[in-house]
Ligand binder design. Sequence first.
Ligand SMILES: [Zn+2]
Length: 293
Amino acid sequence: MSLRLKLQLVVVADDDEQVSVDELVVLTKDYEQLEHVGLSLAEAKGLLLEVQRQVVGRQIAAFLASRTPCPTCGRRRGIKDHKTIVFRTLFGKLELVSPRLRRCPCQHVAQASMSPLVELLPEHTAPELLYLESKWASLVSYGLTVKALQDFLPVDARLHATAVRRDALSVARRLEMELGPEPRFALAGCAAAYASLPAPPPPITVGIDGGYLRHWERKQTHFVAIVGESIPTDGPAKRFGFVQSHDPTGARAYSTTRNSSSSRMGRRACVSSSAISARTHSICSIGFTSPCN
Ligand SMILES: [Zn+2]
């Protein structure tokens, strides 16, 4: 005995009128045993993949329809040729057809052709895939990251550890750039203004620790990574990390985390580390060190 279930994607207009109805998957489900109840992992992954294909396909079609007319005169631009863009997402690797549009006759200085989809997708990996790849790669090896993602999600079956490493490094470089230049003073604010400030909130706790890591390329080489976490009582924790022997601007990571966690100048930060003796246990600093302008 079994049930046949047909899952459909219905596109509706603003007035709820149906524009199209497309079949996603057809499930044939038995119901006589415990393992028959509910979706299997393979069915769930297949369904996610098909939903992603259909949703992205309609989004891309709508985007291209809005970009095909010339923005100046509204005339429909001709298609010179098509290329294929591979777009990697958490819910599958998609091959998208990217048309190249001819220059409109009303334009005399524009490029001979342009590809709207290239402008929409300057990167070919979806941000959510980058997010999970980077998050898991910070916790386990690149290889285990691939296994974890492939276990639960319909990611590309040929996803490899080297691709996860490349993506994690690109995210790391972007985060490094967002830190900005090395600050002249580790903490923000002016000490002379402290007396005129209202009472600061309770201190934040900053835990710092270090660990030996093996070099990815030079396997016999190890280095020390410093990692830390600020734990305010009135907000979410923030984490940072740097390699002192590699990054001469490591203070950026600490000061950025410290200043972003301290909503008010003058707030104390208590730093705890196993490197500090048990007797002193922690040291405290006030959130400003720079002189007055
Ligand atoms: Zn035109």
